[in-house]
Design a protein around this ligand. Structure first.
Ligand code: CO8
Length: 377
């Protein structure tokens, strides 16, 4: 006898966006002041050839190489202070809501309101992000409590693919009957693990939090939300995007300022290797569902680099497809790690008609690629 599983619907979405914005002009001015300061400090060693001078960053390079024009951050004064170059956060007591939970609860409440669901109807919370604020207790359990949710919560990390991988976990829980209403949150405080003193990457990331509500289809009124037709995940080990920060650092007597304890990457290799992987992955996933890329009304792609997305889309549906087929949000938000494709979905979904097909797809560190094929109800 064949088992029959209930359908699953994405019934709501929410987005927390910090108030602080850093434009490329502000970012480059701060970086160049930092570089000048460092070069003055090490002038003798630079003249003797034993120390490498820092080179200025440029707005033109950033916009041409990435398409990024600005980013939102939770705290900009520390990032733009050439004597500091990272955000300033007030430590909070254990009895206070943690910052990561705070932004997740904000986004989750918006998503619940969008879905017309109360906190106490939620029976699972998945906090999926490229980095957690602490080791334990799980962020998801703190968020679960703040939302007044029942059931269970857990954290997971697959870097930039955390959101799509979490959507699959939520979908499986709903199909198997271990939950009826799941909240997936993606709080990305990238500003705290980006190396703002490295011109190769200082422009790449921004902070946000996204949230999705997923429910059993029979709990969602007809005509609302997006039915999940299928999810497909793949990983392939690569060191080209890496961050070695972790609980072993103290035991290894590491200097907290070591370069490999924040984000670092081989950007060009990532670009070259991930584009064909992502395009082939989406094509294969659609084929498994009896669909072709040309039938897809909208691709909500990971938001790392404008050129990368244009190439993925060119491989899938040809060079003529414009921003209506694959909207970009990275010009305003920069790369927001796992939240990028969900921001694109959140901001560019209301014009889809019943029956329209869409693909949410992430790609990033791991390497990891996750795709979610949906149909507007
Ligand atoms: N200003 C001026 N010049 C610069 C700058 C700058 N800011 N930065 C580099 N240059 C110079 C370089 O030194 C180089 O000079 P030269 O030719 O003389 O050596 C030249 O410009 C070209 O440099 P690149 O080859 O590095 O430039 P690219 O054209 O490759 O562009 C990018 C760099 C934009 C980084 C591009 O390679 C890229 O976007 N690649 C894809 C990367 C990507 O998608 N990564 C995914 C990471 S996201 C993820 O998985 C989540 C991780 C967890 C989140 C962490 C949050 C902190």
């Amino acid at each position: 006898m064949q088992a029959s599983f209930p359908g699953v619907v994405i019934s709501g979405s929410g987005l927390f966006r910090p108030a602080d914005v850093i434009t490329n002009d502000e970012l480059v001015t701060a970086f160049n002041a930092y570089a000048d300061r460092q070069n003055a400090l090490h002038a003798d060693a630079i003249a003797a050839g034993t120390h490498q001078a820092l080179t200025h960053s440029s707005v033109e390079f950033i916009e041409k190489a990435s398409g990024i024009r600005q980013r939102f951050v939770l705290e900009k004064s520390g990032v733009l202070d050439p004597t500091r170059m990272y955000p300033r956060f007030e430590p909070r007591g254990d009895d206070q809501l943690s910052l990561m939970a705070e932004i997740a609860v904000d986004a989750a409440r918006q998503a619940l309101a969008d879905a017309g669901v109360a906190g106490e109807q939620v029976d699972a919370v998945i906090c999926a992000s490229a980095n957690m604020q602490r080791a334990y207790p799980a962020m998801a359990i703190e968020i679960q409590q703040a939302l007044g949710a029942r059931g269970f919560g857990f954290d997971m990390n697959v870097a930039c693919s955390s959101a799509t991988f979490a959507i699959e976990q939520a979908t499986n829980a709903l199909r198997c009957g271990t939950a009826r209403c799941v909240v997936v949150v993606n709080p990305e405080i990238t500003s705290a693990h980006l190396e703002w003193r490295d011109r190769d990457c200082h422009f790449i990331f921004g902070d946000v939090c996204t949230a999705l509500v997923l429910q059993r289809a029979d709990d969602v009124p007809a005509g609302r939300g997006f039915e999940v037709l299928g999810t497909q995940l793949v990983t392939q080990f690569s060191n080209n995007i890496r961050n070695n920060f972790g609980f072993m650092n103290r035991a290894e007597d590491r200097d907290p300022a070591d370069r490999d304890l924040t984000f670092y990457q081989e950007g060009r290799k990532v670009f070259k290797e991930v584009v064909p992987m992502a395009a082939a992955h989406i094509e294969a996933h659609l084929a498994a569902l009896g669909q072709a890329p040309a039938q897809v009304r909208r691709f909500w792609l990971h938001q790392a680099n404008q050129g990368m997305n244009q190439l993925v889309i060119k491989k899938l549906v040809g060079a003529d497809a414009g921003s209506d087929v694959a909207p970009l949000i990275l010009d305003r938000y920069a790369n927001t790690a796992s939240a990028g494709s969900v921001i694109a979905f959140h901001e560019h979904r209301s014009d889809l008609q019943a029956g329209d097909l869409g693909v949410i797809c992430s790609f990033g560190a791991g390497y990891s690629i996750g795709s979610v094929v949906v149909r507007k109800r």
